[in-house]
Design a protein around this ligand. Structure first.
Ligand code: DAH
Length: 344
């Protein structure tokens, strides 16, 4: 009986002092396994008087329960300590800044091009495209600019072979669509695109640039329609309140032809260095589609009339966003481009 008591004290003390679960497992084996100390006590039962046996058995069972309970409690305690330590050590510091993802911005020319498209799509225009490597036929011939025509000098071109060139204006797209859709009138289209000319690059010239062409052909289309349409475009690009004016000009593919100015967006028309003190800024070329152009496309010029216009997108972007050097639009300097995030 004394041995029992001693063993109990010894076991509970040892369990109490354990610091890690491996040692605890060794203690469990030492006391509770089949060949352990407590089982060993049971073996002594045979030496006892029969009257003492139940009592002894009872005490050994109590001892076994006490040690089992102590080990389980200790194990729970050690597991909890281990978990807390792991949580403490492996804590993720969520206050750290996340990686700053670099998100691109729309290029100013894309912005302007989309603004124009959106305005015209809203009025039922189709958006057309055409090849940048174009036939002389569509770039010049069908635009009423025959090979002998002096107007070819107005647009120094990159020729690829005698009949193929990089298109010099989006008017080439206009000619293609007119021919394709000559029997599906009325036509209303807007076509932005890249064009190429043999210009020396400087602050206002680029050998590659962008234009947008507009065209409407149908019955009873007049100059008044052109004027209203251009006023609408200026309003949607630059905000309402700008006036436009028509100056007579010359383009082989229109008759009459006009250069169109709008109220200077900087001074509001009072006169300033940007508008060279005239109060006006030139923004595009336009006119009534030349009857020759309609006829070459297979359209009856007695029955149908049309207007067309073409504008440079770099010029619009430069006016709108106060860009002073056209080359900024082509050098892809991220510092410059990021400035347009607020317009995206
Ligand atoms: N194609 C002309 C140019 O590149 C711009 C232009 C003028 C287009 C008058 C037109 C137009 O459609 O009617 O300078």
């Amino acid at each position: 009986m004394d041995d029992l008591k001693t063993l109990k004290d010894e076991a509970l003390k040892a369990i109490e002092d354990v610091k890690d679960s491996k040692v605890l497992e060794e203690l469990r084996v030492e006391y509770l396994s089949k060949k352990g100390k407590i089982q060993g006590l049971m073996a002594q039962m045979k030496n006892l008087e029969p009257s003492e046996k139940p009592k002894f058995g009872q005490l050994v069972n109590d001892l076994k329960s006490a040690v089992t309970e102590a080990i389980e409690a200790k194990k729970a305690q050690l597991d909890a300590e281990m978990l807390n330590a792991a949580l403490e050590n492996e804590k993720i510091d969520i206050t750290l800044n996340a990686y700053n993802k670099q998100i691109g911005t729309l290029h100013p020319l894309t912005l302007v091009s989309r603004q124009i498209e959106d305005a015209f799509i809203g009025m039922g225009y189709q958006v057309a495209e055409g090849p940048e490597v174009e036939l002389d036929l569509y770039n010049f011939e069908k635009a009423n600019i025959p090979s002998s025509h002096p107007a070819r000098d107005m647009q120094d071109s990159f020729y690829i072979d005698p009949v193929t060139l990089l298109r010099t204006h989006t008017t080439a797209i206009q000619m293609r669509v007119l021919e394709e859709q000559h029997d599906k009138l009325p036509i209303k289209l807007i076509c932005p695109g890249k064009v190429y000319r043999r210009d020396d690059d400087d602050a206002t010239h680029s050998h590659q640039f962008m234009q947008a062409e507009g065209l409407v052909v149908g019955e009873g289309i007049t100059l008044a329609d052109l004027k209203g349409t251009l006023q609408f475009m200026v309003d949607s690009l630059f905000g309402e309140g700008k006036q436009i004016r028509f100056r007579p000009s010359y383009f082989p593919f229109t008759e009459p032809s006009f250069e169109v100015d709008m109220t200077c967006h900087i001074c509001g028309g009072k006169g300033c260095p940007t508008c060279k003190h005239t109060g006006w800024i030139e923004i595009l070329g336009s006119g009534m589609v030349h009857p020759n152009v309609l006829e070459m496309a297979g359209i009856d010029s007695k029955k149908y009339t049309g207007f067309a216009f073409g504008l440079g997108l770099e010029r619009v972007a430069m006016l709108k966003y106060g860009i002073t050097d056209i080359r900024d639009l082509y050098t892809n300097d991220l510092r410059f481009l990021k400035g347009f995030k607020r317009f995206n």
